[in-house]
Design a protein around this ligand. Structure first.
Ligand SMILES: [Cu+2]
Length: 339
């Protein structure tokens, strides 16, 4: 965290005279939007609308204990020499369909709404080497946010605040084979969550950069008697405008989420001891990742105003609470259209 704090500070202090360009910030360039995985990165001018769709797929494979790779056998053991757990996950894929809309009610306020549809699949293996698969899918938590313009400088820099709130529309009662699935396979948080963020953006003739510091604060306990961990996330990115329509980006992201507080009522103490996937102490992680992305902005023709983008992210460093699956890579592709 210290590293990011000083990075943010030095970026903020140096950007005004190092990377400034003539004229105010504009969205009308490919890197006028952040890499596609960043949410709430930009505001709109009064009266503008935007709709977007993103598809994100996250792959997890292999086990981590803290920051060390461990084998499944070292955790389950055998019938003759039992390990700590009866069963452990071996892989998981999370597919997310993200639908978003933005509308600027004034030059000071842009409203944002987002709803995700999740599709999760997880494979587990038990002590007898028998594997099992489980799947959950459905809508996640509905998120509403207001972006408030903080400052706009004449040299291409600007900053805004985001006040987001998510409603517990996603299910936390998902089951597989009659048993409640683990925390990572549930579709929502079950709580109302506050999502604050501050974003700082800058543009020069051919480059752009941004920094966002945000978090998720859970409010109270959910119906099932638990609360997902609070989360902080710091993101830094830079992009190079290659043509009037194409830009390439590099992103560094750090996030940290705490373990689960309380315990799901549908998960017995026995089940909780059997697998880390159902244990509240084995949830949440610290993750530092690197993202490489491309943005394409149609400047003319029938598709004028449309944007498409893709980003690939890979972990540089991760440390999980307890024993959990290791994150492999994440792909995000998206489409955006503003008018
Ligand atoms: Cu927008």
């Amino acid at each position: 965290m210290k590293f990011f704090k000083s990075l943010f500070l030095s970026l903020f202090l140096s950007s005004s005279f190092l990377f400034a360009h003539e004229g105010p910030w504009t969205a009308a360039r490919p890197d006028g939007h952040a890499p596609i995985s960043v949410m709430g990165d930009h505001m709109h001018a009064m009266g503008e609308w935007m709709v977007s769709y993103r598809y994100m797929t996250m792959d997890m494979k292999g086990l981590l204990k803290g920051s060390d790779n461990v084998t499944t056998k070292s955790q389950t053991g055998t019938m003759m020499a039992p390990g700590d757990y009866m069963m452990v996950p071996t892989e998981m894929t999370m597919d997310m369909h993200m639908f978003g809309a933005m509308h600027a009610i004034s030059d000071q306020w842009t409203l944002m709404c987002m709803l995700n549809y999740l599709d999760n699949e997880m494979t587990m293996i038990n002590r007898m080497d028998v594997t099992s698969k489980m799947e959950t899918s459905g809508i996640s938590d509905l998120k509403l946010a207001g972006l408030y313009d903080l400052a706009r400088w004449e040299d291409g820099r600007r900053a805004h605040l985001s006040f987001g709130l998510s409603a517990p529309t996603g299910s936390i009662d998902e089951k597989s084979g009659g048993n409640t699935v683990g925390y990572g396979m549930q579709l929502g948080s079950g709580t109302w969550d506050f999502h604050p963020a501050i974003t700082y953006l800058g543009q020069t003739e051919n480059y752009s950069y941004g920094a966002q510091l945000g978090g998720i604060l859970r409010i109270g306990d959910n119906d099932q008697g638990y609360t997902l961990g609070n989360r902080v996330e710091a993101t830094l990115w830079g992009a190079r405008k290659l043509t009037d329509s194409l830009s390439a980006s590099l992103k560094l992201d750090y996030s940290s989420q705490e373990e689960v507080d309380g315990s799901h009522k549908g998960i017995s103490n026995m089940q909780k001891m059997m697998t880390p996937a159902k244990n509240p102490d084995h949830q949440g992680r610290d993750l530092t990742s690197l993202g490489l992305g491309l943005n394409y902005y149609f400047q003319s023709g029938a598709l004028k105003g449309h944007r498409i983008a893709a980003e690939w992210e890979t972990p540089l460093d991760q440390k999980v609470n307890g024993v959990q699956l290791e994150l492999d890579s994440t792909w995000t592709v998206g489409w955006q259209y503003a008018w």
